[in-house]
Design a binder for this molecule. Sequence first.
Ligand code: AMP
Ligand code: ZN
Length: 136
Amino acid sequence: MKQDNCIFCKIIAGEIPSHTLYEDEQFKVILDVNPATKGHALILPKEHFANLYELPEETAADAMRLAKRMMKKMTEKLDCDGFNIVQNNGEVAGQTVFHFHMHLIPRYKNDGEILKYIAGEPDQEELARIKKMLTE
Ligand code: AMP
Ligand code: ZN
């Protein structure tokens, strides 16, 4: 179902142009308009879901299968040295377009620390507390 004012729904409907790399009944894969690296692409389900919380499990599985196929083809064609698959959920996590999407980011030697985070150093007690919280 298309959602008004959703830029990705408009791209899928052909109302806004995009550089499409792949398309089937369920998904469209486009080049990101502000790429982090050469070839940065986005997998979009054609149906509108705001994020992974809303995405049906089966569609999530299909999206990951497609990501693997795209990654293989893009690596061959672009001759990249590695690959990040990124998927943001919620504003606090960096999501800016609220139509589920997966980023396919080819990585090249010396392309910079585009996804670096600061590694924490929790003690064993803290890790044990979190584990308890998540497994009870
Ligand atoms: P996120 O921050 O995970 O929500 O990512 C949204 C991504 O969509 C960003 O990387 C944007 O550069 C990209 N984007 C926004 N508008 C367009 C557009 N019209 N065509 C292609 N990519 C877009
Ligand atoms: Zn949408």
